[in-house]
Ligand binder design. Structure first.
Ligand code: UN1
Length: 507
């Protein structure tokens, strides 16, 4: 998209939403949307009240009663169709993501591609909701497990991946026979309208019940309805650790299930044998890409002291070539931060880092784009830190890469694991045993551990999520579907006798 006037931008949004199949009003509502690209307000759309949200849960709960009876491969047709529509409207939805999250068009469309990919995976999964059969200890008995839908799944998603993470949850939940009530970030309500409209079309095209998919728009207050309503069997929430601390006990107190994908503080270790040019590219994309606003962003670099100066010089030089600006300009690699709050957090973290002995090697300063005071662009920062400091234990959702050095490999692993979060991790090495140790039980303690690629940009085929304060949940591929189902263990006796297990005698 070329850089346009504000009015042209509004027209682009209307056209993209219309192309996705959104037929509602844009304007006159209470939920103000805006774009971080210019900091300007967009449309004020209709928000959802708590009463309406509760009604949506009721509708989804009612729809569940028949959706769970629909054969899973037929449920798969809905996500198949959704994937087709997403492919057709990749650019339309990508534009909305770009406008609200400030991503380059390549990254924004990449996000929609993640949606298409998970639809493919979930379609296949709809024929593979496998349960096990185990040998029974009793003659003439069959022991097995079957998987059943659980009910309404509440999905709470964040601004930085406004549609992809929603689709990981939704595609899996739908084929598993659950219904979905989605509360997206209020920062990305327009992208949500587009993604939701495409799913509504897919449901209509397949002749299924529209009530299996519901959309709640608004701030955290309205989202809280999902935490407390006992009809919401699973709450899948993506966001800060602070949010997770609130979600988990509230949902647990009513014995609901939760799936959390919270903060990361992802590190890369670079060992003396590493291919430094490859490491450089992996590090710069992971640390500065998406303006440091991925939960998988690389925030810490732990480099062997013998190569630290060489690698750091290369990183600083590469950072100086990064194009920062309005992401509608296709030569731009680093777009805006979400808002002033994100910018202030970054400045505060840099100040603290300096107080704790940090040396800012590049970046941190604001970049004015079009002389606008309303948007917040920054030069991504690299900060050389002493081995021990508190600030590196915190996740700041901005492009700051803290660099530390090590001399002994075990020390590198200890530094790596010394933070409360545990999402993603990487090692750059050509030494096989270092790579294997990093992936072993005494290596990285994260949910994702990579060799010779950065910490971000995971494919949907693997399970996505992390340990410790990241919350322990797993979404997306592998066997993550099991979180959206309940397991039933079944013993069938066809012996005509009634032998008891463990050889117990009775009557
Ligand atoms: C997120 O930032 O919440 O691995 C999700 C990645 C993307 C998903 C990030 N596939 O960076």
């Amino acid at each position: 998209m070329a850089i346009q006037t504000h009015d042209e931008l509004l027209t682009t949004i209307k056209d993209a939403l219309q192309a996705c199949g959104y037929v509602g009003e844009l304007g006159g509502g209470s939920l103000q949307t805006r774009t971080p690209m210019t900091g300007e307000d967009l449309f004020a759309i209709e928000g959802t009240t708590k009463e309406q949200a509760t009604e949506m849960i009721a509708l989804a709960d009612e729809a569940f009663k028949s959706w769970r009876e629909v054969p899973a491969p037929r449920r798969g047709n809905v996500v198949k169709r959704w994937g087709q529509l997403l492919a057709e409207h990749k650019h339309d939805l990508g534009l909305l993501v770009q406008i609200e999250a400030g991503k380059s068009i390549s990254e924004a469309e990449g996000e929609v591609q993640e949606m298409i990919d998970i639809c493919d995976l979930a379609l296949g999964q709809s024929r593979m909701l496998y349960g096990k059969t185990m040998p029974s200890e009793r003659p003439g008995h069959r022991l097995m497990e079957t998987w059943h839908p659980i009910g309404v799944v509440g999905v709470i998603s964040a601004f930085n991946f406004p549609v992809a993470v929603y689709s990981w949850n939704t595609a899996n939940a739908l084929v598993c026979g659950d219904t979905v009530v989605w509360k997206p970030s209020e920062m990305c309500a327009l992208s949500a309208l587009g993604a939701h409209a495409l799913l509504s079309r897919a449901i209509a095209d397949c002749g299924e019940d529209q009530n299996i998919s519901q959309l709640i728009l608004g701030d955290r207050n309205v989202g809280e309805v999902l935490l407390d309503d006992p009809r919401v069997e699973l709450v899948s929430a993506t966001g800060s650790t602070r949010m997770g601390r609130e979600v988990a006990p509230r949902v647990a107190s009513r014995f609901g299930r939760y799936l959390l994908e919270l903060g990361g503080n992802n590190a890369g270790i670079v060992t003396p044998s590493a291919d430094l040019d490859l490491a450089l590219r992996g590090i710069v994309f992971a640390a500065a890409g998406t303006a440091g606003q991925r939960c998988t962003t690389m925030r810490r670099l732990i480099v062997h002291e013998s190569i630290a100066d060489e690698l750091v010089d290369k990183i600083v030089a590469a950072y100086k070539t990064l194009t920062i600006g309005d992401p509608r300009d296709e030569s731009v690699l680093v777009g805006p931060l979400l808002h002033q709050g994100a910018y202030d957090d970054m400045q505060q973290a840099l100040k603290t880092a300096k107080e704790q002995g940090g040396d800012v090697l590049v970046g941190g300063e604001r970049v004015l784009v079009d002389d606008s005071e309303k948007s917040f662009y920054v030069q991504p920062a690299v900060v050389r830190m002493p081995e021990q400091s508190d600030i590196v234990h915190n996740e700041t959702f901005a492009p700051i890469l803290y660099v530390m050095t090590y001399s002994d490999f075990n020390e590198a692993i200890a530094l790596h694991n010394a933070v409360p979060q545990g999402l993603s991790s990487a090692i750059f090495t050509e030494n096989n045993s270092e790579a294997e140790i990093f992936l072993s039980a005494s290596g990285s303690d994260c949910g994702i551990a990579n060799v010779n690629i950065g910490t971000s940009g995971a494919e949907i085929g693997g399970a996505f999520g992390g340990e410790k304060e990241t919350g322990g949940g797993r979404e997306s591929g592998s066997d993550a579907w099991k979180a959206y189902m309940r397991r039933s263990t079944n013993t069938v006796n066809y012996s005509g006798e009634l032998p008891l297990a463990q050889g117990v005698k009775f009557l």
